[in-house]
Write a protein that binds this ligand. Sequence first.
Ligand code: 13P
Length: 252
Amino acid sequence: MKTRKPMVAGNWKMNKGLYATRDLLRELVPALSDVEGVDVVVCPPFVGLGVANRELGSSSIKLGAQNLHWEESGAFTGEISPSMVKDLCDFVIIGHSERRAMFGETDESVNKKVHAALKVGLSPIVCVGETLEENKSGQTGEVVSRQVREGLAGVEPEQAVKLIIAYEPVWAIGTGLAATPEGANAVHRDVIRPILGELFGDKIGNGMRILYGGSVKADNAKELFDQSDIDGGLIGGASLKVDSFVSIVQAA
Ligand code: 13P
């Protein structure tokens, strides 16, 4: 019996502008109004956060951003600070593999962002995961351990309760080829969970949620979420449609 409350977070990536965000939420909020026992988070692009915050109103769906900068203010053209995010959101995705691959994010920048987010009271959803090449050469454990250890370096146990980890194998993202439930669970249970225990103590580590992401769909969600250490999902493509996102939330 799992004691961790499951979470399903939708990462909309660079999809849905202001009006499309409003329209999607006007359908999603009523469709999820009677869901209980699962934390639901939606993460639209920055320009949709204001309207999303208004649309969500008193709904139990929470709002997240997809990135932030670690500095509080200043000459950082194009960046958004932790407190700007916190004005609108409770959650923030940090270190998504697309940002690592295309925008130069490293374990070091992920760590700075994690600290900055925690400092203003945001809950970071920290993404880790190996590439296809790393997977094929048997480096999954090593890569994911390094990302978790370096990404969370210096975080205190009392802050860690706000943290969520998302294991997203890069080869499973947007490919339709999800990890097998057993394979993903093995990484959660045997690689990530023991490190959380080591860093923050077993009690806190066992209470922290580890989400799986990468081609989660309505038809494979339940099998994944049934695993002992898969505490929900970080959903890309399937979070953009009301029907599939609602089914995934129901599976959790
Ligand atoms: P897909 O669900 O589209 O594979 O994307 C997963 C993801 O990257 C979520 O952050």
